[in-house]
Design a protein around this ligand. Sequence first.
Ligand SMILES: C[S@@+](CC[C@H](N)C(=O)[O-])C[C@H]1O[C@@H](n2cnc3c(N)ncnc32)[C@H](O)[C@@H]1O
Length: 385
Amino acid sequence: MKKFKFIDLFSGIGGFHQAMENLGGECVFASEIDSHCIETYYNNYKIDANHNVRGVAAEDIPVHDVLCAGFPCQAFSKAGYQKGMSDTRGTLFFEIERILKHHKTKYIILENVRNLVSHDQGNTWKTIHSHLKALGYRLTPVPIIISPHQFGIPQLRERVVILGIYDPENANKDLQITFDNLLGKDENSIYTVLDDGKVDDKYYISEKEEYVINAWDEFYKGIKETVIGFPIWAEYFKDKDAEEDFPEWKKEFIRKNKSLYQLNKKFIDSWLKKYNNLNDFTPTHRKMEWQAGNKINSLWEGVIQFRPSGIRVKTPTCFPALVAMVQIPIIGKYKRRLTVREAARLQSFPNSFKPDADDHQAYKQFGNAVNVMVIEQAARKLFDY
Ligand SMILES: C[S@@+](CC[C@H](N)C(=O)[O-])C[C@H]1O[C@@H](n2cnc3c(N)ncnc32)[C@H](O)[C@@H]1O
């Protein structure tokens, strides 16, 4: 598609904007209610996105060829309340419907969390699908689920993308859009988005964090097992037992920890002694989740996250999904956290993008954004159809 006009609803910091611009699009309207996102949007695109979708009259939105909307996902995300369409945020979909009714926009690209598909036993998707069809849109029969890692961006982030073409006469015919040559998650490398030189001091881990990681690294190298399929809970090696009312899965993990201890008793006793029985460790630092199979030999070769459930270690092939508010991953090899610029690259934003000056806001905004590459790839398929 040559020159075209698009609108960016629930625009965030403009993941859709980036993708559409890369394909030759011009943004004629954006809508966002978060003041920090509005500011970042303005700083980058010189467009005032300060409009609540609910309050915008469809007639006031300029004519456009493509409607983009990454509608809020809290109501659909597993972490949310699972209320879906009955949650008022879920009903924001109907604002999109209202705008489409008026504009009969040629192309639509919607994005949401993966859980949208299974939500309410598939009824949420069915509702969205049937409402769009009734408006005259040709759609794929099943939602498209894609992730940046499939296109060579080292982030595992499965999202639903809904593509539609306004074609009332053929709305009953399915759109057949598929993707070829997709990569597996182990065919990626985190180093493709990382700066290998020195970064700002604030990103480096603290001495305490380094000490804790070193302790667990010694532990991992000292025990006989290389693949550990359960969380390591040091407090259950010997001193404590499972309690009666623990769920069975928890009792099973505790049995496995006790058995691991017995099989490696001599080493673990000396390790515990060296680290003062982990008495100086916080409770979450006394747990380790090895999720790297036998692909790496040391914590320092992996991606590490300090999580409430413990210190999680993964292979350096893919980052976990960058989501709002969670623990920023540590790159073992560099002994530091992912920088804001690298978080931008994980979402395929260009190096010229100006992030929010506050790191906390910036990570949150990138975590909420749509991956630019994913939308660009999906949009190409749609426009070529
Ligand atoms: C999942 S994020 C979309 C992110 C965006 N696609 C991007 O690439 O940055 C949803 C956004 O919708 C915004 N939002 C929620 N309710 C809204 C409303 N009524 N009108 C406009 N924006 C809204 C939120 O503030 C949030 O930034």
